[in-house]
Design a protein around this ligand. Structure first.
Ligand code: ADP
Length: 498
């Protein structure tokens, strides 16, 4: 059957909901923001207090859905980073000696406070970063709390996690996080570091600093001893000062492969520990025997969740040739039902692109896809007049050599390719410098195991996608980085094991 006929058949079978045409529409359901209190200006959180930056510099943080300024945050300079590291170093002495059960109580208290303030945290996350409120509310914030809960339980059981070894904390950890899951990435990094008895200087991303600063307030409320966690906002330069500070024992970085390589070079020969969680270009592999509608949901979640700003996004769809037309017809119908727009609206599926710079990058790579000969498809949704938005996009006729098939776009853009045999699927999936995640969709359990064993990716989901849990280690192969976060493996990254 021709693709056009498949599309006709799917459309005839499924009533189009035709949002925005007046035929069928949702009433606006905006989340209220009037109870959220943002300061107009934030200092640095050092030694348990918010302090003015010695640098005297501030950066604006903007709501990407409206382009309005939300607040000013300090841009930490070298002296600010030094002050934060000194505070963390001073705190290390007593924090590292505290019995594990006592440390665990603080970590547990942080988890409870995140739960208590979940609504406000979700709203601020959405305003600062552009993600749909339903994702911030149902994924980011509950998972952030879950990471603290999970690690609270480890604090007094480290000796059991590594029997026969003598686990000891490392010292001051510098943690640099990205803008796609701001609070969640802070939780991924802080919770294990604290449970293991380390102290921390955290550097949030420049476009999304607000929930980390709210978290600093929570740490104070939890009466975490001053200096155990310090938050130094700023951009890349601030991060570089942290990387280069001689009293930092370990750097944990999540971000682009490009910056990860810079950091690895900077640390060579210093003896500092390093974990890197970098880019990805995951293959989501759909076999002919898969439950196709279920797979469509997984493909949509894989690439349009969080506007595709996900390092483990399923940005390459590999579909078995015999079902490609049917699957793509179902997929196109589903993508057209996605509601794109105001991230604070509870019915929004796809929110705003995080920044102007990221929107430009997505546009450039999309243009490149067309120029290289792939076929562009986009949802015909109406985009808001203001703010940084990009429609859900997918490309067919993609060749392995195209930039859109090789480079991380970090946006709502899917590259579709086909395969005929499992070997070909494995070959195509692995034939990249990245290896963070992958997905396999099939009805056959044996095929799942046969495929997952051969895929060079840190996480492989089967008949699902983008599932996260603090008990499950997450991390990459090859240029996607090294080291694991979550589970027992994640603890190891924050311990000296004699
Ligand atoms: P992205 O490309 O997704 O914006 P980046 O790797 O540029 O990711 O940013 C991730 C984090 O790394 C951010 O907190 C950013 O400020 C920080 N960063 C950027 N450049 C450097 C650098 N040279 N050294 C240390 N940190 C950096």
């Amino acid at each position: 059957m021709k693709f056009a006929e498949s599309v006709e058949r799917v459309r005839a079978e499924r009533p189009a909901l035709e949002f925005g045409t007046g035929v069928f529409d949702y009433a606006p359901a905006p989340e209220a923001t009037d109870h959220v209190r943002l300061a107009s200006r934030y200092g640095l959180f050092i030694g348990g207090e918010f302090v003015e930056p010695k640098s005297g510099r501030f950066l604006d943080t903007v709501n990407p859905a409206t382009e309005e300024k939300l607040a000013e945050v300090a841009e930490g300079g070298e002296a600010d980073v030094a002050a934060a590291v000194a505070a963390a170093r001073a705190a290390f002495r007593s924090w590292s000696r505290l019995p594990g059960a006592e440390r665990g109580k603080y970590v547990y208290r942080i988890a409870r406070l995140i739960q208590e303030k979940a609504r406000e945290l979700a709203i601020v996350e959405t305003m600062d970063g552009g993600k749909p409120i339903k994702e911030a509310r149902d994924v980011d914030i509950p998972l952030a709390a879950a990471h603290f809960f999970h690690h609270a339980g480890w604090a007094d059981k480290l000796a059991y996690a590594f029997p026969g070894r003598a686990p000891r904390p490392l010292g001051v950890c510098g943690q640099i996080i990205p803008w796609n899951f701001p609070l969640l990435m802070a939780a991924w990094k802080l919770a294990p570091a604290l449970a293991c008895g380390n102290t921390v200087v955290l550097k949030p991303a420049e476009t999304t600093p607000l929930t980390a600063l709210q978290l600093a307030g929570i740490l104070r409320e939890a009466e975490l001893p001053p200096g155990v966690v310090n938050v130094v906002t700023g951009a890349g330069e601030t991060g570089a000062h942290l990387v280069n500070h001689p009293d930092v024992a370990k750097i944990a970085f999540t971000g682009s492969t490009e910056v990860g390589k810079l950091i690895q070079r900077a640390l060579a020969g210093t003896g500092k520990r390093l974990t890197l969680e970098l880019g990805g270009k995951a293959a989501n592999i759909v076999f002919a025997d898969a439950a196709l509608d279920q797979a469509v949901e997984g493909i949509v979640n894989g690439i349009y969740f969080n506007q595709g700003h996900v390092c483990c996004a399923g940005s390459r769809l590999l579909v078995e040739e015999s079902i490609a037309e049917d699957l793509l017809a179902r997929l196109e119908w589903r993508i057209r039902q996605l509601r794109v727009g105001d991230p604070l609206d509870k019915n929004t599926d796809v929110g705003a692109i995080n920044s102007r710079a990221q929107l430009d990058k997505i546009r450039e790579l999309t243009r490149c896809g067309v120029e290289e000969g792939a076929e562009l498809h986009q949802s015909d949704c109406t985009l808001p007049a203001r703010g940084y938005f990009f429609p859900p996009t997918w490309f067919t006729n993609v060749a392995q050599s195209h930039r859109i098939a090789r480079e991380e776009i970090f946006g709502p853009v899917l590259a579709v390719m086909t395969f005929r045999t499992p070997d070909e699927a494995v070959e195509k999936a692995n034939n990249l410098a990245y290896g963070l995640s992958a997905g396999v969709w099939t009805d056959k359990g044996a095929k799942i195991f046969a495929m997952t064993r051969r895929l060079r990716a840190g996480v492989v989901w089967a008949n699902t996608f983008n599932k996260f849990d603090p008990t499950s280690p997450f991390g990459g192969y090859k240029e996607s980085g090294f080291g694991r976060e979550g589970g027992r493996h994640g603890l190891e990254a924050y311990l000296e094991l004699a």
